[in-house]
Structure formats: structure tokens, C-alpha cells
Design a protein around this ligand. Structure first.
Ligand code: FAD
Length: 448
């Protein structure tokens, strides 16, 4: 007989919604605690930003999204849906293959309504502490507080299991810039960027080479005098970009001076008004007390078996949505299916020792192949292998080949920094590929 658990899911972003649906489907009793007024997490745009543009003050009110106004998805919509609930176009919506962020929020709301998830969510409820009940693994005390009032009473509740879905794109990671303590210009992290207007007429130096750096450099260049991208990425062409009148690429910053000068490792220099850090984010779980059974070291959260279960506390504590890159929606969905089955006893976890040994093997492999610790939760190039492993745990067939192929193709274009690739995507070609390898599951929102 299946076991049913009382489960607290922390966060109603993609991961929390995916977890809630799978746990609820499996018959578990689910409560989703969400600190914001609505669902969607990252995809719930907010024009406000943190009070401090580098987000250094630990006491600041953290704005729960890092979206900028112009953001379009960096993955094609075909690989941003759930396995049985695709991100389909709708008659009056943004029908582009890489739609604007509003369309993703629309999709998530539709998903929540379709599966009656909204009723499971307690909005404006911030989890301030989650801790095992004294001497017990299978009992967790969760403390939460209504948001908006510091004096609100803390509510204590007991659950069998806690699922952490608090996201990992709101706590900025900064890099050290020699001389920065004397530099008098403006500094900002991309978490606090929304629109280009404040940078009108400025010379902006932007550190980073990921999707946000790419988008923001182009966005800011529409109003700035000059944009200079500084990167550690190897083999970058240094100099002005041919197809832009005011964007340059440089090697990393060597140092900055009191007078506003920024000197790059390639020997060039500029006088800048702003330094923009598009340097990523840190994992951050200020509310969980695990007594040292889960730690964060150089952005490695561990030990976590398959990025989900800390062996010592499994299955009563779990993390959904930890992996970086790959296809976050489907990854969260498949992790959640596995979690729901494990909690109900339909899928068995290995012993604590076996899980630890698997994790050590993974860390050892990373070391041997020269992969830095901070990339522990970066899935590619093994994202498909990982998702197929999760599917196997719940007795489902592996993914169709087109999903991996589409992801790799898109990642290649994004890496090549090809301007306009989102609008040059060959939809007819991909429609034909998908049609020839249709998934065995009939998507629910495509049944007429
Ligand atoms: P989040 O979306 O961050 O949700 C976490 C939720 O937890 C939030 O609602 C938050 O309010 C809540 N929460 C946090 N702490 C607490 C607490 N203590 N108590 C209660 N609630 C809490 N992915 C793609 O697939 N395609 C893209 O094109 C794409 N573009 C991106 C662009 C940017 C700029 C960023 C930052 C990310 C992008 N991503 C993209 C990744 C994106 O974050 C994931 O798609 C997905 O939104 C992650 O969902 P999540 O639920 O893990 O986290």
C-alpha cells in the first residue's frame, strides 16, 4: 500500500509547481508556502529592485525575480514545457518560439489552474525556519510568517517532509575587481537590472559572458554611449563587434583606478561610469537548519544524491530544481515524479551508504576531469542521461531524441553569441523533426 505524506513545498515557482502537481497526483497532502503575492517565481516580473544595487546588505528586502523588461526565453518553447503539458502557443498570445517573459508567466498560471494547484498555495507566506523535530527524521517543524508585517506571528506547523523549491537566481555572486574599493563609479548586479534608460549616454563595462550578459549588453547599448564586455572566457575576439556600433569585447578587467579608468588584461582601457556584474548567482537557503548535514561550499550544495536527496535526511528533506542549465521545467517535473514515488514507497532509494558512495564517485569524477566544484549542479553535457535516469526510476520510457538535439542546437547558437538567432530559428525543420518522433504521452492541453 502506498504511503501518504504531509508535505511542505517551499516556493511556488516552476520547481514548486512541478513538485506540488506530482505530490498531489500521488495522493500526498501538499501545502505550498510562497512568500510573494502570486505564483511563477522568476517569471513573476517586478519593476522594483533591491535597495542596494549590488545586493550586498544581508538585511535588504530581496526582490524575488531577476527578470529584465526585455527578456525573451533563451530556450525554444518546445523544451520549456512539461512532458505532458507543453508550452503551446495560444491564439492571442506571444506566439514566438522564444517568447517574452509574460508568456511564460501566463503558461505557468494556466498550468496551475489546469491541475488545481492554486488551492494548495498559501501566498504571502515566508518560511523563516525549517528544522527536524527533536530526534526525528520523519518530522519537520516549519515556521512561517505572513509577509508584509514584521510583527506578524510566526506559525509553527509539523510536516512529514519538506521540499525546498526556493530557486537560485536572486542571491548575486560577485567577482573581485582589483582596485574596486577606490573606484567611484556606479556598480550594479544584473539581479537589479530592469530597463536600459538609467544608462543613457554612459560608458558601461559589463562583466560576464552568459545569456544575461549577452541580452543586457545589447539592451543597454540601445541608449549607452559605449558598452565594453569583459570576460574570462577563453578565445574571445577582442575589439569592437562588427555588427554593433558601440559594443566592444575585452579580456577580463586587470584593475580599476580612482579616476574611473578600467584597464583590461588585453592592454586596452576606458573611463567608465558603470560596472555591471552579470556574474551569476549563489545557492542560498537561509531558512533551513540541517545541523550540518547539508552545506554549501563554492556553490556545491551537498551532499545531494542526484541533486535531490541529502542521504542522511532522505527522503524527508529534498531539493527540487537545483540543476543549472539544461531544461529547468522538465528537470523539475521529472525530479518531482521521482520524489513523489519515493515518498509513497513506490520507488526505493538506495541505502544512505550507497547514496554517499554514488555522490563521492560523482565528485571524484569531476575532479579527475578537471570540472570545478562550482559546476557541481551544472547538468550539461549529461542532461539527457540524467533525465532518462529519473524517468527510469518511475518506470517511464526515455525521452525522444529531438529534445536533446534541440537543446544542444540552441546552446550552440547561444554560445556562439549569434545576434538574432531567436528570430532565425528554423521552425519548419523542427516541426518536422518533432512530428517524426512524437512522444508517447498525449499532452493534456492539446486534447480538443
Ligand atoms: P524560482 O522561479 O526562483 O521560484 C522560487 C520561489 O520560491 C519564488 O516564488 C520565491 O518567492 C519562493 N521563495 C523563496 N524563498 C522562500 C521562502 N523562504 N518562503 C516562501 N517562499 C519562498 N529557464 C528557462 O527554462 N528558460 C529561460 O529562458 C530562462 N531564462 C532565465 C532568465 C533569467 C534572467 C533567470 C534568472 C533565469 C532564467 N531561467 C530560464 C531559469 C529559471 O529560473 C527557471 O526556469 C525557473 O524559473 C526556476 O524555478 P524555481 O522554482 O527553481 O525558482
Amino acid at each position: 500500500m502506498a504511503l501518504l505524506a504531509r508535505v511542505a513545498v517551499i516556493g511556488a515557482g516552476v520547481a514548486g509547481l512541478a513538485a506540488a502537481r506530482e505530490l498531489y497526483r500521488e495522493g500526498h497532502h501538499v501545502v505550498v508556502l510562497e512568500k510573494r503575492h502570486s505564483l511563477g517565481g522568476t517569471w513573476l516580473y517586478d519593476s522594483r529592485v533591491d535597495s542596494d544595487p549590488l545586493s550586498l546588505n544581508p538585511a535588504r528586502a530581496v526582490v524575488g525575480t531577476s527578470l529584465y523588461q526585455s527578456l525573451r526565453t533563451n530556450l525554444p518553447r518546445q523544451i520549456m514545457g512539461f512532458l505532458d503539458y507543453p508550452f503551446a502557443t495560444r491564439p492571442h498570445g506571444d506566439q514566438r518560439t522564444f517568447p517574452g517573459h509574460e508568456e511564460v508567466l501566463w503558461f505557468l498560471n494556466e498550468f496551475a489552474d489546469e491541475f488545481q494547484l492554486r488551492e494548495l498555495i498559501r501566498f504571502c507566506t515566508e518560511v523563516v525556519r525549517a528544522e527536524r523535530a527533536e530526534g526525528r527524521n520523519d518530522e519537520w517543524v516549519v515556521e512561517s510568517r505572513s509577509r508584509g508585517s514584521e510583527s506578524a506571528k510566526v506559525v509553527r506547523e509539523v510536516y512529514d517532509a519538506v521540499v525546498v523549491c526556493n530557486g537560485h537566481y536572486t542571491e548575486p555572486h560577485l567577482v573581485e575587481v582589483p582596485g574596486i574599493e577606490k573606484w567611484r563609479g556606479y556598480q550594479i548586479h544584473s539581479h537589479n537590472y530592469r530597463i536600459p534608460k538609467p544608462f543613457t549616454g554612459q560608458v558601461v563595462v559589463l562583466i560576464g559572458f552568459g545569456p544575461s550578459a549577452f541580452d543586457i549588453s545589447r539592451d543597454v547599448a540601445t541608449v549607452a554611449k559605449e558598452v565594453h564586455i569583459a570576460t574570462r572566457a577563453p578565445n574571445v575576439t577582442v575589439g569592437k563587434l562588427d555588427n554593433h556600433k558601440n559594443i566592444w569585447q575585452h579580456e577580463m578587467i586587470e584593475f580599476v583606478d580612482e579616476d574611473g579608468k578600467v584597464v583590461f588584461q588585453d592592454g586596452s582601457s576606458v573611463h567608465a561610469d558603470t560596472i555591471f556584474y552579470c556574474t551569476g548567482y549563489k545557492y542560498h537557503f537561509p531558512f533551513i537548519e540541517t545541523n550540518g548535514f547539508v552545506t554549501i561550499d563554492d556553490n556545491r550544495v551537498g551532499p545531494l544524491y542526484k541533486h535531490v536527496f541529502p542521504p542522511r535526511l532522505a527522503p524527508w528533506l529534498s531539493f527540487i530544481g537545483m540543476p543549472k542549465q539544461g531544461t529547468p521545467f522538465m528537470t523539475a517535473e521529472l525530479q518531482s515524479k521521482w520524489l513523489a514515488h519515493v515518498l509513497s514507497g513506490k520507488a526505493l532509494l538506495p541505502t544512505e551508504e550507497e547514496m554517499m558512495s554514488d555522490i563521492k564517485k560523482y565528485y571524484h569524477h569531476m575532479e579527475e576531469t578537471g570540472v570545478p566544484k562550482r559546476f557541481t549542479h551544472v547538468l550539461p553535457p549529461n542532461e539527457i542521461e540524467y533525465m532518462n535516469w529519473l524517468l527510469a526510476q518511475v518506470g517511464m520510457p526515455p525521452l525522444k531524441e529531438w529534445r536533446g538535439r534541440m537543446y544542444r542546437e540552441c546552446a550552440m547558437l547561444a554560445k556562439a553569441k549569434r545576434d538574432g538567432y531567436k528570430d532565425q530559428w528554423d521552425d519548419d525543420y523542427w516541426d518536422a523533426v518533432i512530428a517524426s518522433q512524437v512522444d508517447s504521452i498525449v499532452p493534456k492541453n492539446l486534447i480538443s
